[in-house]
Design a protein around this ligand. Structure first.
Ligand code: SF4
Ligand code: SF4
Length: 189
C-alpha cells in the first residue's frame, strides 16, 4: 500500500513518545554532562590492558604476554611494545614497554580481535581532552592497565566470557601437561 512505510514509522514514533512518559528507559535523550553518559556495553573508544587480580584490593598481573600480535596488526601502527628481559637478557612473557598513541588510534578494535590472551579490550572512557597532543595522548603501561573488575563493570557479558575462555584454556593446558608427563618414559626424565 502506498505510504504504508510512513504510517508504520509514525506508529513507532507515537508508541515511543507515549511509552517514554511511563518508562524512563525509553527516553533516548541523555542529560550529559549533567548526568554520566549511558553507553552500550559494546561501545568502543580506545583500548586498555586487563589486569587480573586475586582480589579487588590486590595489585593485579597483566594478562599480556608481549606476543606483539596487536602491534603487528594495528592498521595505523600506533602500538609500541617491548618485552621485558631478565637479568641474563632472556626475553620474558610480559611487556616492559606498552604504549598506544591515542592521537592516531582509530578505535577499530582489531587489536582486541587478534589478542590470544584476552588481554586488550576497548574502553568506555571517552573524556580524553588534553591541551597537548604528544605526551598526554601517548598512553603508557601504567595508564593503560585497568583491573578486570573494571572490565566487568563496563562490559559484564564480554568480561565473563573472557574469564570462562581463559579458565578453559588453563584447564586444557593442565590436561595436556598431565598427559605428556604420563607418557614420558621414566629414564628420559
Ligand atoms: S583500536 Fe585499532 S587503531 Fe587503535 S590500537 Fe587497536 S588496532 Fe590500533
Ligand atoms: S595485548 Fe595481546 S596481542 Fe598484544 S602483545 Fe599483549 S598478549 Fe599479545
Amino acid at each position: 500500500m502506498l505510504g504504508a512505510g510512513i504510517i508504520k514509522g509514525l506508529r513507532i514514533t507515537a508508541r515511543n513518545l507515549i511509552g517514554s512518559y511511563h518508562d524512563p528507559n525509553r527516553l533516548t535523550t541523555q542529560q550529559y554532562p549533567e548526568e554520566p553518559a549511558r553507553l552500550p556495553a559494546n561501545y568502543r573508544n580506545f583500548p586498555f590492558l586487563v589486569l587480573d587480580a586475586p582480589s579487588p584490593d590486590e595489585e593485579g598481573t597483566l594478562r599480556c604476554i608481549a606476543c606483539k600480535m596487536c602491534e603487528r596488526e594495528c592498521p595505523p601502527q600506533c602500538i609500541r611494545i617491548e618485552a621485558a628481559r631478565d637479568e641474563n637478557g632472556k626475553l620474558q612473557r610480559r611487556p616492559k614497554i606498552f604504549e598506544i598513541d591515542i592521537s592516531i588510534c582509530m578505535g577499530c578494535g582489531i587489536c582486541v580481535e587478534v589478542c590470544p590472551e584476552y588481554s586488550i579490550e576497548m574502553d568506555h572512557h571517552f573524556e580524553v581532552v588534553e591541551t597537548e597532543r604528544h605526551q598526554s595522548l601517548l598512553l603508557n603501561l601504567q595508564r593503560l592497565s585497568k583491573p578486570n573488575a573494571y572490565f566487568h563493570q563496563i562490559n559484564p557479558n564480554k568480561a565473563t566470557a573472557s574469564d570462562k575462555a581463559i579458565a578453559e584454556k588453563k584447564q586444557k593446558a593442565a590436561e595436556r601437561f598431565a598427559t605428556t608427563k604420563a607418557h614420558t618414559p621414566k629414564d628420559s626424565k
